[in-house]
Design a protein around this ligand. Sequence first.
Ligand code: MRU
Length: 373
Amino acid sequence: MSNILDYETVALVDDDDAIEIIDQTLLPGKTEMIRLHTAQEIWDAIYLLQVRGAPAIGVTAGFGIYLLMKHSKAENYNEFIGELKEKSDYLNSSRPTAVNLSWALKRMQNHIFEFCNIKALEDGSVCLDSAKEYDLKGMICEMRDESERIKAEDIDVCRRIGEYGLTLIKDGYGLLTHCNAGQLATCKYGTATAPMYLAHEKGMNIKVYCDETRPLLQGARLTAYELHSAGIDTTLLCDNMSASLMKSGAINAIFVGCDRVAANGDAANKIGTSVVATVAKRYNIPFYVCAPTSTIDINTPTGEEINIEQRKPEEVTEMWYKERMAPEGIKVYNPAFDVTDNELIAGIVTEYGVLGAPYKEAIADLFNKIQKK
Ligand code: MRU
């Protein structure tokens, strides 16, 4: 295998004894697969960005909690649920912004509750009155199937986002993206890149411009790499060049991913995204956020309440060079994400269609419809 797109971002391997991921910190220089077995290894891989991107983090968490519970020695529901919650909380503490992490862990827990007929109560406790007979093996089997379903759905959801996103692209378009919301951030297609892959598949002539995305260069190392590997006309630029590119008329539309969309449509994504959206508004370029519904958090009212991860200063002062490139002792500002205000967003592309403003109503309507299904 030589094309990066032929590798799986996340997979269960070794007879379900390990999660295999591509170590994304080494790309594009080295394609190295690593295997995660323990809670600490899974936590570290997410924190260190060896696996990253909201949907891929969610899939890893689903597989992770299954692997960890597979070794459970719990002899009754109280022990099992206690362990499930403790291990989920630990994995969930690895990164705070991408809601897919807690979404996947919650989904795994709720699936077990449903399978066992356990009632979750408002205060966080459970009612076991009508629960099925305790069956550890059966529950583990269910966890395996549910974690694989999360992965399979991610592929399907990204494809559907691609199809809706494609309706916003015309032949000859120049497209800009920031960070990596590509195949490496999901299990296939990516979110922001899905319309690009589909346009390319259809033989449309598009040009994609990738912001390098400081400080960790996901745009240069990952997005430029995967789009170029797919044969898409790809151009890399430094983050501070996108305004001049937009002013030049080369960009017809912008597609980015996101880590959490609040109930009012404010969208957290990689730091620098809101600068791109602000400049796009100045030049009347439509700015689209691609968001699987697993990334929309209706319990977070606005972007103000989104917990933005702060990362260590060394990512700014020395990462990738192994040598310091800033003065010793300098203070550093290093938030991993920022929030784009909903009024800068021309559309939120979900697997159910493209939502338009007012987003609070559009999101509430969509979730009502999904819940009724
Ligand atoms: O810090 P990262 O690399 O995990 O940040 C990733 C992003 O900001 C992506 O754009 C987002 O998670 C969407 S991935 C489909």
